[in-house]
Design a protein around this ligand. Structure first.
Ligand SMILES: [Zn+2]
Length: 388
């Protein structure tokens, strides 16, 4: 990938026919079985002979697998290769967690509810500059070609841009999606000369160093309440029964709605920040976890992490910078004089015991976060960038 390009994701709803949907479900079932068998093989080889089976070893066996289990001949070979790649990635992630000394969850067997996608590794012929067979739009862009599944109806609600690389087919509760990743050239926004620090919290979603208080989206609360009621219904109903299955489905749909509302909100908030500022600084959550860990905080961390991910993506394609900074003392430090002391902060009020500076506590923290990101600034009001 060239330096001036970035990866963007395009997601389109699919409308498969009954036989096409059956083929997609079957592909999910077979790839999941392959993943679990691959995991089993790795564990067994290690236990019996202390041997490490590599992704390469397993890829080589795919031909034999197809001969022995003909149903696998019905799955496009790249999808099978990708399944083994996924297993390999899970292993590598596990070992790098051990290396870092993090809590290391061993790769797990996948039950059906945790396996909802399969992937075509390549959809574009770079040499010829044209579509390969998987993922190729056909029928004047009304359908996309999925080898061994069919030409599936697809709603391209916005045009695909850049060079497509991969295509993932995702089942989201009861809806199917085509998710393309594309290499898109960076389209830098004009320099604004402005930098901002963002402090995320539970009372407000975010507070910026220039004094904007971003509220948590209100409609989310309503959906969350509904979800809690639905989850209670699930737990009351008999395991394995049809009525319970129905309730699980309802809860899953509400869950999906919440996820989408949250994502919309994240996109909107990120777009606003990126359109105004060249540099956006926030606390590094990985470090933050260790500093102030409690349950509520960890749950919120998940939400913020996905927000920051969206933010970095948008910043990258607009030529903006997102800088995670160490979070130590951002809430105890005076943004005016730099004095650090616990007594400076009293809930929402910040009052410096040294210089008397008064501020909203989170606003003060946001200014500290910005100051930490700027090379020359060590009070929140200086540095290379103008701060309101
Ligand atoms: Zn002070």
């Amino acid at each position: 990938m060239s330096e001036r390009a970035t990866i963007r994701v395009y997601r389109y709803r699919l409308y498969p026919t009954k036989p096409q949907e059956a083929a997609m479900f079957e592909t999910l079932r077979l790839t999941r079985t392959l993943y679990n068998a691959g995991l089993e093989q790795r564990i067994a080889a290690y236990r019996k002979q202390g041997k490490t089976v590599t992704a390469y070893d397993q890829q080589k066996e795919l031909t034999a697998l197809k001969a022995e289990c003909p149903e696998y001949a019905g799955v496009y070979s790249h999808i099978l290769q990708d399944t083994l790649d996924r297993l390999d990635k899970a292993y590598k992630a596990f070992f790098s967690r051990i290396k870092r000394g993090d809590k290391a969850g061993f790769p797990r067997f996948k039950p059906a509810q945790r396996w909802n996608s399969f992937k075509f590794k390549e959809v574009w012929d770079r040499k010829k500059g044209q579509w390969l067979s998987p993922g190729k739009p056909v029928d004047e862009g009304r359908r996309i070609n999925l080898p061994k599944i069919g030409a599936v109806k697809c709603k391209f609600h916005r045009p695909l841009e850049g060079t497509p690389k991969t295509l993932q087919i995702v089942l989201d509760v009861d809806e199917w999606y085509a998710v393309y990743t594309c290499e898109v050239p960076v389209n830098p926004l004009p320099v604004s000369g402005s930098g901002v620090g963002v402090d995320v919290g539970t009372r407000y979603f975010a507070i910026t160093s220039d004094g904007e208080f971003v509220e948590n989206p209100r409609h989310l609360g309503k959906s969350l309440k509904k979800l809690r009621v639905q989850q209670r219904t699930v737990s009351r109903r008999k395991k394995g029964g049809n009525r319970r299955k129905k309730a699980v489905r309802l809860a899953a749909k509400t869950h999906r709605k919440i996820r989408r509302q949250r994502q919309d909100f994240h996109h909107k908030t990120a777009r606003k920040l990126v359109s105004v500022h060249d540099v956006i600084a926030h606390e590094d959550l990985k470090v933050g976890n260790m500093v102030k860990s409690n349950l509520a905080r960890s749950i919120s961390d998940v939400g913020w992490a996905s927000f920051f991910q969206i933010l970095s993506g948008k910043a990258a394609s607009a030529g903006r910078k997102v800088l995670p900074v160490p979070p130590q003392y951002t809430s105890q430090r005076c943004s005016k004089c730099g004095h650090i002391c616990r007594e400076n902060r009293n809930n929402e009020v910040f009052r410096c015991v040294s210089c008397g500076h008064e501020d909203h506590a989170d606003w003060n923290a946001a200014k500290n976060i910005l100051a930490r990101a700027l090379p020359s600034g060590d009070n929140g009001n200086g540095g290379t960038y103008a701060v309101a």
